[in-house]
Design a protein around this ligand. Sequence first.
Ligand code: AVI
Length: 316
Amino acid sequence: PPDMRALPETSAAWDEAQAIAQDLLRTPARISAKYFYDQRGCELFEAITRLPEYYPTRTEKALLLRRGAEIARSVGNCTSLIELGAGNCEKVRLLLPALQPQCFVGVDIAGDFVQGAVDELARAFPGLEVCAVEADITAPVTLPARIAREGRLVFYPGSSIGNFSPAGAMTLLRQMRALAGEGGGLLIGIDLPKATAVLEAAYDDAAGITAEFNRNALLHLNACLGSDFEPAQWEHVAFFNHARSRIEMHLQAREALQVRWPGGARAFAAGERIHTENSYKYPLPLFMQMLTQAGFKATRAWTDDNDWFAVIHAQA
Ligand code: AVI
């Protein structure tokens, strides 16, 4: 029987549990991609970024380093650099020497974590003012009043924009345009379409880390919902959906099974799937159009020699 001690204790936790249950009861069932990122999930994602098959992180880092001077020239005056989903603030270290902003603002849903990271950044870059803002970047972000309106560069690396639906991505781009303000800009990393084998290997690595990352969402759900998912009963499935230009990740039931939680249950047939993530791969010209539609003006893009990944500067 489900463990009733796992019943949510606060009304926010109760609402969250309701939303999770609703998604599990859909056909096909789905889990919001945000459930990947509990403590273990963040560790697994870091391990993914170091996998030989997962090219985006190292390709983007190499681009930021190699093109730093050109990026800085394109950006011009940068008073404050504002990173969305800053996490450990690792990537911005590559940009700071070239951009030389007065101030760095790290925005992340994990407030304590990003505070620690910006403090460390301040030690590594004496003279740099730093500020941590705890916020969910999918809603409009408000910065402390002391962050100047002029000369803002919003930084959104990692091709995380690809994990939103195209409509969600447009909403986010418009919010970034508002945050950057008149005369500001956006520096964003996007993953590009490429050979299916390269894409699929990046999301189904030989060491099985991405599979573990995918299955870990079930353990996170057990913690939030009090459900009794058995990760071993689920197979990791990742493929490129050509028609929608996206990697899809699913969890597929290895056998007929039932999942229970306080107040609900769902039966899964053998082979039935739960959709856990999309990762859109926008062709560069299409993404440039999206930026224009979101209200950005001139855009400049840098890609690696394989044209696998792009870093784009768009003026607000
Ligand atoms: C965070 N995000 C950009 C990753 C991606 O590539 O879509 C998440 C990920 N999922 C599986 N591997 C990595």
